[in-house]
Design a protein around this ligand. Structure first.
Ligand code: NAP
Length: 263
């Protein structure tokens, strides 16, 4: 199947490592021209160099913080300057902190809103003029299984990410006549630094060995293991590509069968 990604100009947020990097890697492999961004320099530039070296791909990189409107605009402007247009966008950022209702005051709710939901609004707003000029585009959000099955200790994620999915569904209706598709990706448990940190924290809380908790949790997934960033990345590349030209407003789960919900 030809994904039709050759030459497509795609921005991927939070892509120095983990899920964002996994998507950027598959896009580079498929011949897209990729613009990646993340807060930490030089890590984001090193990630771009790795991808360029591995695939001979054109990958440009920018320092940016999803919570900062100006840095989103700088990334957008830099991408337009270097790549000449925007055909795709991946919305991604670090996750909000864990905790339950009594743990958070207004400032923490506001910070989670800025990081997860307002950042999505701002990134979409930033790329729409260019997509409209180009006659279409594809937007993909990276969310969490919490949008389908709330996770007890991740209240901020449950609420803010559900807002992102609702935003994507609403915009998919509004933007379809302009040829702009909007979809969500839901990672289950994908082997990234974040997953290792979560399993490590759990092991510490239980006073158990990291390897034991890792093995136990991965064995509980129907496919018997955690996912890899490349497997997640392939799903992202598909949704961004012309191969998914009739898919919009959808939420694609990549979780090895972990989720039990039927919708
Ligand atoms: N991995 C999973 O199984 C899983 C499951 C459900 C949901 N998620 C969610 O998916 C997202 C990505 O997770 P991951 O596993 O890829 O995490 P990760 O391996 O920790 O990587 C996080 C990426 O986000 C960047 N980042 C952090 N804060 C940012 C900010 N304020 N603005 C822009 N970029 C920022 C990091 O850049 P720096 O290194 O420069 O900080 C890094 O590139 C998170 O929101 C996470 O909660 C992941």
């Amino acid at each position: 199947m030809d994904l039709g990604l050759t030459g497509k100009r795609i921005m991927v947020a939070a892509a120095s490592r983990g899920l964002g990097y996994g998507i950027a890697r598959q896009l580079a492999l498929a011949g897209a021209r990729v613009s990646i961004a993340a807060p930490t320099e030089p890590a984001i530039h090193q990630a771009a160099e790795r991808l360029a070296e591995e695939f001979g791909a054109e990958v440009v990189s920018f320092a940016f913080d999803a919570r900062d409107r100006e840095s989103i605009l700088r990334w957008r402007d830099g991408t337009l300057e270097r790549l000449g247009g925007i055909d795709g966008l991946v919305i991604n950022a670090g996750g909000p902190p864990a905790g339950c209702f009594d743990d958070f005051d207004d400032a923490e709710w506001q910070a989670a809103f800025d990081l997860t939901l307002l950042s999505a609004v701002r990134m979409i707003r930033a790329v729409l003029p260019s997509m409209r000029r180009g006659g279409g585009g594809s937007i993909v959000t990276v969310t969490s299984s919490s949008v389908k099955e709330p996770i007890d200790v991740l209240l901020l994620s449950n609420v803010m990410r559900s807002g992102v999915v609702s935003l994507a569904k609403s915009l998919s209706q509004q933007l379809a006549p302009e040829g702009i598709r909007v979809n969500n990706l839901v990672p289950g448990s994908i082997n990234t630094d974040r997953l290792k940190a979560l399993v490590g924290a759990r092991a510490e809380a239980l006073d158990r060995a990291f390897e034991d908790v890792w093995a136990e949790r991965s064995a509980a997934i129907p496919l018997g293991r955690f996912g890899e960033a490349d497997e997640f990345g392939r799903a992202g590349a598909f949704l961004l590509s012309d191969a998914a030209s009739y898919i919009t407003g959808e939420t694609l789960v990549v979780d090895g069968g972990a989720m039990k919900t039927v919708w």
